[in-house]
Design a protein around this ligand. Sequence first.
Ligand SMILES: [Zn+2]
Length: 219
Amino acid sequence: MIEELRRTVCRLHTELVRYGLVVWTAGNVSGRVPGEDLFVIKPSGVSYDDLTPESIVVCDLDGHLVEGDLAPSSDTAAHAYVYRHMPEVNGVVHTHSTYASAWAARGEAIPCVLTAMADEFGGEIPVGPFALIGNDDIGKGIVETLTGHRSRAVLMQNHGVFTIGESPKAAVKAAVMCEDVARTVHISRQLGEPLPIASGDVDSLYDRYQNVYGQRSHL
Ligand SMILES: [Zn+2]
C-alpha cells in the first residue's frame, strides 16, 4: 500500500511541473497512508527530474521521518498539522505558483467571478495568515482558514498556495485550478472590475459540479 502511494505521489509531482506551478525544487505533494497514522511526502531539496518512488519519504503525523533515506520536505510540519486536524483530507499540495502567489502577496482573496471557480471552490479562494516556517503556524493557518469553507485552496499571505483533497490527485487538481482562475481573474482585472456571480448561482454551480458532473470514479 505504501509503495503504491509512493508511486502515485511521485507521479503527481510531474503534474506540478507540467502545469507550470513550480520552479527549481519549490512545491510538494503528500498523501495519507490509508488506515495508518502516516503520510508520504517529497524529500527536501530534490529536483523534480530526480524524484523516484523510492526517494519519497514516509512520516508520522507529527512530521517525523519514519522511512526513507532523505530528509522530508521543509513543509512537512504544515502537511502533518493538516492531516492531524482534518481527518477527511488524504492529500495536501503546496506551491508558489505565480498568479495565485501574486494574490497572496497582496493578501487578497480571489473573488468568485468565474463559473469554474464556483464549480471547483464554491466561492472565493480565501487568504490565510502570514506565518513563518519552523513551527505549526502555517498548518494552523491552513486548518483555521479552510475549516467550514468550501474552498479546498488557501492563499497563505505573502507566501503561496496550499490545497487539500480527498486524495492526493484531488489536491493537485485544486492547485492546478487555483492557479488557472488566479491568472484569469488577474487578467480580467486589468481592464475593469470583474462581475460577481449571485450567491444562489454559485451554490447551484457548486452543487451540480460536485454531485452530478463527470464520472463518479474520476478521483
Ligand atoms: Zn512555500
